[in-house]
Design a protein. Sequence first.
Lengths: 108, 120
Amino acid sequence: SAQLTQDPAVSVVLGQTVTITCQGDSLRGYLPSWYQKKPGQAPILVLFRADNRAPGIPDRFSGSTSGIAASLTVTGAQAEDEADYFCASRDISGRQVIFGGGTRLTVL
Amino acid sequence: QVQLVESGGGEVQPGESLRLSCSASGFTFSSWAVHWVRQAPGKGLEWLCAISYHSGDIWYADSVEGRFTVSRDNSKNTAYLRLDNLRHSDTAIYYCARAPTDTTSKFDYWGQGTLVAVSS
């Protein structure tokens, strides 16, 4: 598959833990990156190579991967974490990059 | 500090062309690949293309190959994206992003984007 699949929306109670998932055949060979996107702002790199936090990203963000699935976990979600989250990886051919459809995270 | 600034967006009619620019500062531009990504209204992120640090490797998404052309001028610290034969579906905010290679999905710095609106 040349696609990365994400759940369109998830919600979490303030201070609780939430996991956002990403699935696709390309993840078997290529480790994903995760981006946070808020309205009117540029995307921000959150994780790269599945589980490496980008500089300045709080340690409540973590990632993992297994087979064709990857996940982004927010432990102790804060109000400012409310955003769209996109996974990305190289596609199976290795010549292109593909994004998942995005997951809208709502913090209740 | 690392900064990427896009420019060149605007409102055009279907079939017309635009050239977007991505001006870089705060880092050694000639050592980094540049990727272009867009987001249409209400839609997700879509990767468009990438150019290696030396312009020797260029990749395009299937959806834009043949209509979009990426290039760079390291002497001017600027990357370009030429959009030809624009369609309504190309209406989006276009971002450039820095990456260590042309084949990675790790984009560590992004510009603020430039809006392209295709309207008849």
